[in-house]
Ligand binder design. Structure first.
Ligand code: 475
Length: 834
């Protein structure tokens, strides 16, 4: 049990005396010092890039000081630690976030002003840390933010990819990928730790220990080194600083001087190159399993280094290994880090010499697992021959885990061979495959989904047999959340001012339940006007961003209709653009007089398609082709504009989300596990148009159904529709047919390019049920339009919604994880610094 701080307090309070002072002169000195000593510049010889870098390094000094204080303190009092293991952390920028957390934003703005720079320009110099694809990676970043802000002793563990999420260019309407060389310029937000590195083995063979049943020696010549980089995570308004430890792969194979001397220059560095490639690049797949050998090796490098590090830290406490589960909780962010389970077993059996049952008890009490998707194509499975070749010891351990597990199932359900076959960690395909979701489930004490509907679905589908065998209590829900620091306070300063004014102070940033009082303001005319104006200002800011990134001019007076997320068939950007095509058709049928009465609308898209996902890339092309025709149609003018903003990122989202009037979250029911941008949009005063899916449902429950536009079929109806459509042609309604016809008449260029998209609906079984949901989708848009014309009621909806969104703070989510899964408590660092 974590102890409450007691007599050590005094000792730790001393640290606050050494904290770097917060006055203007000290801040200025530290910036000037970094300019000179870190970047060889003087105040008369800087550009905004160096203004940013020098300020960032001076902020980092403060963070690192607190980092040290926090970790030393947690060690000292023996706090239980939480480890969030994720192959992805989609962090975005840190500078502004850190300034706000330390409450030094104005001070740095002044110092920069003194040397002739605007803080905003310095902030704009930072490149995103884009070490993730989408929802899952951003969730991990929000969760470490919440752990830091709520004083949990929590760390993230991940990989330091040299190339993050690719940069998306749009050329001739098509997506073109360029590498994200984010480390080309200095990164102030990481600290290299050459003193912290672990060897990680691959391939080789096993030698059995004749004395011990489960003890092996694993011998191999292929040994890489994983070196740590620490990324401090500022806690807002607290002394605590969290950490994300990212591993970078090196080799301990030396430069081969003999080969070099013999003229074999490539061979001389070959070993080093082979190692580095392991952490070179983030796999750009969202909700899809790539299944490549390099990915498996990446995952193992990550898991091995992390397990060694966690065990090393634990062993410093001097406690027996049986107490590991009291000192550490490990959360697996989907199955990608599941090899942590057999790796922990290997270390406990082979290195520590524990018996199987002891090791297994420790492991399962330490691990818990979050599932993020039910899409079959996303399920990780590794061919047994591949695993056996690369990780022979782990393959053996997985076989044993499965053997003991199946024996326990057989005992409970004697003779049920079908059950054994379906629940086995090994799938009896050719070749056999290891089902990682099953392995994660067997090795964890809790399994959770990420929204209520999703947690129900996984109990009825992929984990159905496990519920029977292991009991329903193991399977719980933890609805996702988002950080109010980044997703309101940082990205929406004007609305944040209004909230602060009503709450009385800024405490809502760390306690979102306080925004409830906004509800009292819905009848305050003046307040409503300022609320509307704040949104309009954000729309103006986005209009400028759109102009600078696409050259398209849009009016902030139009309705901003936004769909930004990864491009995926299940998310149905295709349905959205077909709706736009239909709208365009209708507008073309009207007289100018009729058109003038129409609500002006800007339809905004952004999102990346996985590099190998052809259909998704064709959807991007269709959106851009429609945009080109519509935007240059003089008859249409400002009545309809279509925009595809290139290179969607965390930073782009911070511009886009606060500027949305209506945003679309329109996945086929039952396919979007949760969604998290839906929460961000509503928190920023936007209304959502969505299907009865993921967290949309819970958002509707919280804010009231009058505040949300639902449409489409329900999750429990999907199977029947799909079944029907496997054997029958879809029957598109006239609106959908009109859109298809318009495309096929070459209105948006060569129709051949788009025929496969139409075929996916008309001949491919319409798996995502566009033809089913299209009529109600069009109706829902009409309802949105009517509502937006009633400005007062619209503002009421907006304010009411925001006031009722407290549930969707990631602080609430983290508290639930801590209480129901991790058994961890907040441990505020004593010794007041702020
Ligand atoms: C869900 N990524 C969202 C979000 O819980 C949900 C899968 C395989 C390989 C690489 N990446 C993935 C995901 O599965 C993923 O991002 N899932 C998303 O997780 C957070 O809000 O509905 O689609």
């Amino acid at each position: 049990q974590p102890k409450t701080p007691s007599k050590e307090d005094g000792e730790f309070r001393d640290y606050s005396h050494s904290e770097i002072a917060r006055d203007a002169a000290t801040i200025k000195n530290s910036v000037v010092m970094h300019l000179a000593a870190t970047f060889l510049r003087t105040p008369s010889n800087i550009d905004s890039a160096h203004a940013y870098l020098a300020s960032a390094f001076s902020v980092r000094d403060r963070l690192l000081q607190r980092w040290n204080l926090t970790n030393e303190y947690h060690d000292k009092i023996g706090a239980k630690r939480v480890y969030y293991m994720s192959l992805e952390f989609l962090i975005g920028r840190t500078f502004d976030n850190a300034l706000l957390a330390l409450q030094l934003r104005d001070e740095y703005a002044n110092v920069l002003g003194d040397v002739g720079f605007r803080l905003e320009d310095a902030i704009d110099e930072e490149r995103d840390a884009a070490l993730g694809n989408g929802g899952l990676g951003r969730l991990a970043a929000c969760y470490v933010d919440s752990m830091a802000c709520s004083n949990y002793p929590g760390w993230g563990y991940g990989l330091r990819y040299k190339y993050g999420m690719f940069q998306q260019q749009i050329i001739n309407g098509y997506q073109v990928e360029a590498p994200d060389c984010w480390l080309d310029s200095p990164n102030p937000w990481e600290l290299p730790r050459p003193d912290i590195a672990y060897p990680v083995k691959f391939y080789g063979h096993l030698v059995r220990d004749p004395e011990h049943e489960h003890r092996y020696k694993w011998e191999s010549d292929v040994v890489y080194d994983a070196m740590a980089f620490d990324v401090p995570v500022p806690g807002y308004g607290t002394n605590n600083v969290g950490n994300i430890r990212l591993w970078s792969c090196k080799t301990n194979t030396l430069f081969d001087l003999n080969k070099f001397n013999a003229g074999d220059y490539q061979g001389a560095t070959g070993g080093q190159v082979a190692a580095q490639i392991l952490t070179d690049v983030l796999y750009p797949n969202d909700n899809t399993n790539e299944g490549k050998e390099l990915r498996l090796r990446q995952e193992y490098l990550f898991c091995s280094a992390t397990m060694q590090d966690i065990l090393a830290r634990f062993k410093k406490s001097g406690k027996p290994l049986s107490e590991l589960p009291d000192m550490a909780a490990i959360q697996l962010n989907d199955t990608h880090p599941t090899l942590g389970i057999p790796e922990m077993m290997r270390l406990l059996l082979d290195e520590e010499g524990l018996k199987w049952d002891e090791a297994w008890d420790i492991t399962t009490r330490t691990f818990a697992f979050t599932n993020h998707t039910v899409l079959p194509e996303a399920m990780e499975k590794w061919p047994v021959p591949m695993l056996d070749k690369i990780l022979p010891r782990h393959m053996g351990i997985i076989y044993d885990i499965n053997l003991y597990f199946l024996q326990s199932v057989e005992k409970k359900f004697p003779g049920d061979r079908e059950l054994l076959r379906s629940i086995s960690v090994i799938e009896e395909s050719n070749p056999q495959q290891v089902r990682m979701a099953y392995l994660a489930c067997v090795g964890s004490h809790k399994v959770n989904g990420v929204a209520a509907i999703h947690s129900d679905i996984i109990k009825q589908t992929i984990f159905k047999d496990f519920v029977r065998v292991q009991g329903a209590d193991k399977f719980i829900n933890k609805t996702n959340g988002v950080s109010p620091r980044r997703w309101v306070n940082e990205c929406n300063p004007d609305m944040s001012e209004l909230i602060t004014e009503v709450v009385g102070d800024r405490s809502w940033v760390n306690d979102l339940s306080k925004i409830k009082v906004l509800e009292e303001k819905v009848d305050d005319k003046d307040f409503c006007k300022r609320w509307w104006d704040a949104k309009q200002k954000n729309k103006g800011r986005l209009a400028e961003y759109i102009l600078s990134t696409t050259g398209i001019k849009v009016s902030p007076n139009a309705l901003f209709d936004v769909q930004v997320k990864r491009i995926h068939e299940y998310k149905r950007q295709l349905m959205n653009i077909l709706g736009v095509v239909y709208r365009y058709h209708r507008l073309k049928q009207m007289t100018q007089e009729e058109r003038d009465k129409e609500l002006h609308r800007v339809v905004i898209f952004a999102g990346k398609a996985a590099a190998g996902y052809w259909v998704a890339k064709q959807v991007i092309k269709l959106i851009n082709s429609v945009a080109e025709v519509v935007n240059s149609d003089e008859e249409i003018g400002d009545v309809l504009k279509v925009v595809f903003i290139p290179d969607y990122s965390v930073t782009a989202a911070e511009y886009i989300i606060p500027a949305s009037d209506i945003s679309q979250h329109i996945s086929t029911a039952g396919t979007e596990a949760s969604g998290t941008s839906n929460m961000k949009f509503v928190l920023n005063g936007g209304i959502i148009l969505g299907t009865v899916d993921g967290a949309n449902i819970e958002i509707g429950e919280e804010i009231g159904e009058e505040q949300i536009f639902f449409f489409g079929c329900l999750a429990h109806e999907v199977e029947d529709f799909r079944h029907y459509l496997r054997f029958h042609q879809p029957k598109p309604d006239t609106a959908l047919q009109t859109a298809f016809d318009m495309i096929q008449r070459n209105t948006f260029g060569d129709a051949h390019i788009f025929q496969p998209l139409i075929d996916a609906v008309m001949r491919g079984g319409d798996v995502y049920l566009l033809s089913v949901d299209f009529p109600s989708y069009i109706e829902a848009h009409k309802a949105v339009e009517a509502a937006y014309r009633q400005r007062d009621e619209w503002v009421t909806k907006s304010i009411l919604s925001v006031s009722r969104m407290a549930k969707f703070s990631s602080d609430r989510a983290i508290q639930e994880y801590a209480e129901e899964i991790w058994n961890a408590e907040p441990v505020p660092v004593r010794g007041s610094i702020i």
